[in-house]
Every structure is written in C-alpha cells, then in structure tokens.
Design a protein around this ligand. Structure first.
Ligand code: SAM
Ligand code: SF4
Length: 378
C-alpha cells in the first residue's frame, strides 16, 4: 500500500478500467488534461534495416544527405551524428517485465498496445510476448509495427498468439529505391508480408511511408494506387528530426498538405471523419470507389500534440512521454529492485503528470532527442 497519496489527478468518473492505489482511483492523466490510452512498447533497439530517416548508415544515405546539405552548410549537418551502440541483452526488459508494465498500465486505462522497435521481429520469441499481452484484461487493441522483412514467416504464429493488427513500413515500390531508402534488398519480402497479413485477416492492414523530398516523393501517387489496388490503408508520414545522422532539415519534409493536394487532383478523394477518435494521428481519405484509404500523419507541419494520448516504453525500460522528450524515466530500478505493483503504478501516474504540452520542432529552442526513432519505438 502506498504511504502517500499520489501527486496526481485522481478520477472516479470516466475510464472503464481504472486502477486504484490506497483506495484512490487513478488514471494516466497529464497536467494538460489528456488521458493516456495508447502504449507503444519497443522490444528491441536492434534493426535489420538502415532507413535513411532513422539509421542512415549506408554509403548511399551519406551521399544523399551530403548533396542535400551541400548548399547550406558545406555538405555537413550542423550537429554531430548520434553515436549509439546496441543495448546489451541484460539491459533489455524481459518479457515478464514488459508484461508486468503493460498489465499495470492497462489497469490505469491503457487499452491500445503496439509492439514495436527497432525491428520487433528480431526479438526472439516475440510471439510468446504477444500471447501474454493479448491476455491482459483491458487491452482491447494489440498491434505491431514492423518493417515486414521477416513478417511472412512469423505471421501465422503472431496471429495465433493474439496479434490483431499490423502496420508495415514501406517507403517505395521500386526495388532499387527501396534499397536506397532502407539499405536492404527487401521489397519482395515486405510485399509478401503484407499479402500474408491480409490473408490472415490482420485487418485493417496499414502501410506507413515516410516521404523525403528528392528521395521517394515521386512515388506518392504509386503508393496511393497500391493502397487502392490492395484495398489497404497507406499512411504518408512527414520526416521528423529523429535520425541518427541529425541530417534532418525542413526542406526535406514533404508536408501532408502537399501530398493530399497531389492525390486530390488525381483521384478526388473523400475525407473520412472520425470525430469519436480525436487522438488519431492520421487525417484520412478514401477513394471514390470505396477501395483502400490514404492518410497523412503530419507532426511537423500540423502538430497534433493537443490530443496526444500516447506513452512509450523503450526496450531498456524507460518511459517516454513524447517522441521528442529530452528526459526518460527509468522503470528498471523499480522492476528489478523489488518495487511493488502499487509503486510502479504510482510512478507511471507521476511520469504522465509531467508529459510535455507538445514538441518544439521548428522553434528556436528545439533540441533533437539523444536517441533515434529506432531506440524510442515508433
Ligand atoms: N522497425 C519497424 C518499422 O520500421 O516499422 C518499427 C520501428 S520504426 C522506428 C516505427 C516507425 O517509425 C516506422 O513506420 C518508421 O517509418 C517511422 N520512422 C522512423 N524514423 C522516422 C523519422 N525520422 N520520421 C518519421 N517517421 C520515422
Ligand atoms: Fe529499422 Fe524501422 Fe528504423 Fe527502418 S524505421 S531503420 S526498419 S527501426
């Protein structure tokens, strides 16, 4: 039992699943009134891809950025690249530790859980983690984000374990451009994974494409046509400053508005409204014939922080309240140091209370986080 009442807002009114410590009902409400429902769980910081916008370590990625930066800064980004090393296994949360955090977060109102990474399918036995997360009371939506390279071989066991939905990352439909963007000759494998997800009913299947000017922006229409042909949902994502090279620049961002205008002029899309889901990050459109859907996720040009209900747990046990947080909150001392369930719940509530109002991209005081998207968990 907690010795002191938590320094957090308490609510008896609304959430269907709300934990209680010391007789006080608690939920994950921040100081701006936002209630957390969505937890992204990174299960590894490792990856088998080297995406240009995340871990751009290939010669081609270096060349791309060198030419883009040539005019503005002598060919070099202003800040030094992020030096990172894979975390040793001992620092990663075990499946039991992850399951415990998710169970306690679910008792505090989290009902959407997304398994991510790094590349989540690189974590051995991830199916058994999925099975245990699927059994947690209160988790009504269990999804995964993957680059898809290994998905086809694991799809059935993931579905049988209780995975409900999957989002793939696929930035190009041209094998050569795909390799330039990801550092891997992997397009055929990803397409196979997408097909498999559809066949197994892991619906709705979503495909995410990060659009970078001068790299894959010429493929926007082809990607949208793919969504229509395959009757799936394609989300165009604005490039965010979360890359290991710190090579992001505003000019490389293709805005959501620009993408929508291009697609509109080609297809005459129909806006899909979801007034019941204000925290949804994507603005969505359907094609006139009703097959497939496109969306834009525009955190740079049209931030949606005011409705953010997301939290992140990194593979090494840090809670992040924003993609762009400069502070991380380590749960491992509690998890490995005998913390009780109440201790952990109170800690989660305290952490959420301090969630940032929003990101600072484009503001003079913006500072890129010390870790890349692959470590943070997208
Ligand atoms: N490896 C898996 C994948 O790529 O789907 C899961 C982790 S990845 C970090 C999650 C998502 O973050 C992907 O959809 C990826 O496209 C996106 N992402 C990574 N770096 C990004 C950046 N700098 N800007 C925008 N999106 C990014
Ligand atoms: Fe790996 Fe995903 Fe980052 Fe690409 S976006 S490097 S697949 S973690």
């Amino acid at each position: 039992m907690a010795a002191h009442p938590p320094a957090v807002s308490a609510s008896f009114a609304r959430a269907p699943v709300v934990g209680s410590v010391a007789g006080m009902a608690m939920e994950l409400r921040d100081s701006h009134g936002r209630v957390m429902r969505d937890l992204r769980v990174s299960v590894t910081d490792r990856c088998n891809f080297r995406c240009l916008y995340c871990l751009p370590e290939t010669e081609e990625a270096a060349n791309f950025y060198r030419t883009r930066w040539a005019g503005s800064n002598g060919g070099l980004p202003a800040a030094r690249p992020i030096a990172y090393e894979w975390k040793p296994r001992s620092e990663l949360l075990s499946f039991e530790e992850i399951e415990r955090v998710v169970r306690l977060a679910a008792a505090l109102g989290i009902d959407k859980v997304r398994v991510t990474g790094g590349e989540p399918l690189l974590r051995q036995g991830v199916e058994s983690l999925v099975a245990s997360l699927a059994g947690i009371p209160g988790v009504r939506d269990l999804a995964m984000t993957t680059n898809g390279f290994l998905f086809a071989s694991k799809a059935r066991s993931l579905r049988d374990a209780g995975l409900q939905r999957v989002s793939f990352s696929m930035d190009s439909l041209d094998p050569a451009n795909f390799r330039r963007m990801t550092g891997r000759d992997g397009l055929a494998g990803v397409l196979e994974g997408i097909r498999m997800a559809k066949d197994l009913g892991l619906a709705p299947v979503k495909v995410n494409a990060v659009v970078i000017r001068g790299m894959n922006d010429h493929e926007v229409e082809d990607l949208a046509a793919f969504a229509r042909d395959e009757d799936l949902s394609l989300r165009f994502i604005e490039f965010m400053p979360l890359d290991s090279s710190r090579a992001w620049q505003r000019d490389l961002v293709v805005t959501g508005a620009e993408i929508v205008a291009r697609l509109q002029s080609r297809w005459g899309l129909v806006r899909v409204h979801a007034p019941d889901r204000p925290s949804e990050t994507a603005r969505r459109w359907s094609f006139p014939d009703g097959r497939g859907e496109v969306g834009v996720i525009a955190p740079v040009s049209e931030p949606f922080c005011g409705h953010c209900n997301r939290l992140r747990l990194t593979a090494d046990g840090k809670v992040r309240t924003c993609l762009f947080s400069l502070v991380e909150h380590d749960l491992r001392p509690l998890l490995r140091g005998g913390g009780t369930d109440s201790d952990i719940m109170r800690r989660l509530v305290e952490i959420v209370a301090g969630k940032e109002a929003g990101h600072r991209i484009g503001k003079p005081d913006f500072v890129q986080p010390a870790r890349t998207m692959s470590c943070i968990g997208g």
